[in-house]
Ligand binder design. Structure first.
Ligand code: HEM
Length: 399
């Protein structure tokens, strides 16, 4: 059977999107040098046990490959464990509050309208380029307080980072691999240098923005260092826009390929949040997250040695038939829908409320403004050729 994913050239390794369930909940991929975790229960176990499955994955990557990586670890929440993580997350939560996110709603609506005004005179758009990429990147740039007009730079650095890490294998220690990692770090460093100027400026000239709030955040007399603010802002800029671009594209794609649901959601907008949640389950943007074992452990009937790299495939777990009835069916009325697209446990996505808000506002406006919106019959959507991300590079639409 040819699936939609085949037709649109999705990365062949993302077999779960091709209607092929993995044969075991845990499997060792010798070529990539990683333990792959596919089962919902097993993924949940990994994310709930940080003492065995550490977020500090750098410790299992050979030192010679990680030259220069230290400068980025301070403030990199995603890679931290236990108390260190709790302390930093607490400080950040002081600055990145639900109110800060909720207050963005009118601005998100205004930006969506502005971006759509630019294409509304024609009869077609390319969703990713015209809306799904620029909207989240402008929102996160404005939130942080860096000029949104620099977004082409973020895109350039972000794409170069994705390219450099795409073919990465943890067992292949060749010069090509080392170079790939060095290239990736160079891109992160460029973004870091750019952000450092803004952080240093906010210490001297506080403003009403997230960088200022992060610089000033204080819990129990503790504050963030410049390096921590730079690296955290770096994570926010990268994690905060690529994934949300995918959420928007994937949500439209799911509705477009299920016209009966599109009609129902159009007619009853209270279904918009559920349609987005189901798109997050069906095409999970963050396909997998990595952990490193601190000790030998057993999972899904396999014995995993200490110091192994473990990747929890959230997108696969979100289609586990043991938890989701008819997992390969897009069904916004699924209730409950305990998907793990935003992760689980201590590292649960800090940006989930913002991503959901952007999705809800943008989808409602698209439906309001374009009563005949549908995919372009003359061209096909294109998925990003990525193992770690599930999302679209192009989604041509006509209206
Ligand atoms: C963490 C997914 C949007 C910032 C995570 C994790 C996932 C995730 C799966 C957990 C990683 C792990 O356990 O190792 C997503 C998806 C998004 C999205 C699918 C959009 C649909 C955002 C946005 C922001 C953001 C908009 C920022 C504004 C973060 C940060 C963390 C994180 C800072 C690290 C939290 C921690 O380690 O404590 N995200 N994310 N994300 N996300 Fe998101």
């Amino acid at each position: 059977m040819t699936s939609m994913a085949d037709t649109w050239g999705i990365h062949e390794a993302q077999f779960w999107l091709r209607g092929q369930a993995p044969e075991a909940p845990v499997r060792y991929d010798a070529e990539a040098g990683i333990w792959c975790v596919y089962g919902y229960q097993e993924v949940q176990h990994v994310l709930a046990n940080p003492a065995t499955f550490s977020s500090n994955t750098q410790r299992v990557v050979p030192q010679e490959m990680m030259e220069g990586a230290d400068q980025f670890s301070e403030g990199n929440l995603i890679q931290m464990d236990a108390l260190e993580h709790k302390k930093l997350r607490g400080l950040i939560s002081h600055a990145f509050t639900p109110k800060v996110v909720a207050d963005m709603e009118p601005r998100i609506a205004e930006l969506t309208h502005e971006l759509l005004d630019a294409v509304a005179d024609g009869n077609r758009m390319e969703l990713v380029n015209d809306l799904a990429y620029p909207l989240p990147v402008i929102v996160i740039a404005e939130l942080l307080g860096v000029p949104a007009s620099d977004r082409d730079k973020f895109r350039e650095w972000g794409s170069a980072l994705m390219e450099a890490t795409q073919e990465f294998s943890f067992v292949d220690r060749t010069e090509t691999q080392r170079k790939r990692l060095q290239d990736a770090m160079q891109q992160v460093a460029k973004l870091g240098d750019y952000l450092r100027e803004h952080v240093e400026d906010r210490r001297r000239n506080p403003r009403e923005d997230l960088i200022t709030k992060l610089v000033q955040a204080e819990v129990d007399g503790e504050r963030l260092s410049d390096n921590e603010v730079v690296n955290f802002s770096n994570v926010l800029l990268i994690a905060g826009h690529i994934t949300t671009t995918m959420l928007l594209g994937n949500s439209i794609l799911c509705l477009d390929s299920h016209p009966e649901w599109l009609a129902r959601v159009r007619a009853d907008r209270s279904m918009v949040p559920a349609a987005i949640e189901e798109a997050l389950r069906y095409y999970s943007p963050f396909a997998g997250t990595a952990r490193a074992t601190t000790t030998e452990t057993e999972l899904g009937g396999e014995r995993i040695p200490a110091d192994s790299l473990v990747v929890t495939f959230l997108g696969v777990a979100n289609r586990d038939p043991k938890v989701f009835t008819d997992p390969d069916t897009y069904d916004p009325t699924r209730d409950p829908n305990p998907h793990m697209a935003f992760g689980r446990g201590a590292h649960f996505c800090i940006g989930a409320p913002l991503a959901r808000l952007e999705g809800r506002v943008a989808l409602n406006i698209l439906l309001d403004r374009f009563p005949h919106l549908r995919s372009d019959p003359d061209s096909s959507p294109v998925f990003l050729p990525s193992l770690s991300m599930t999302g679209l590079k192009e989604l041509p639409l006509v209206f």
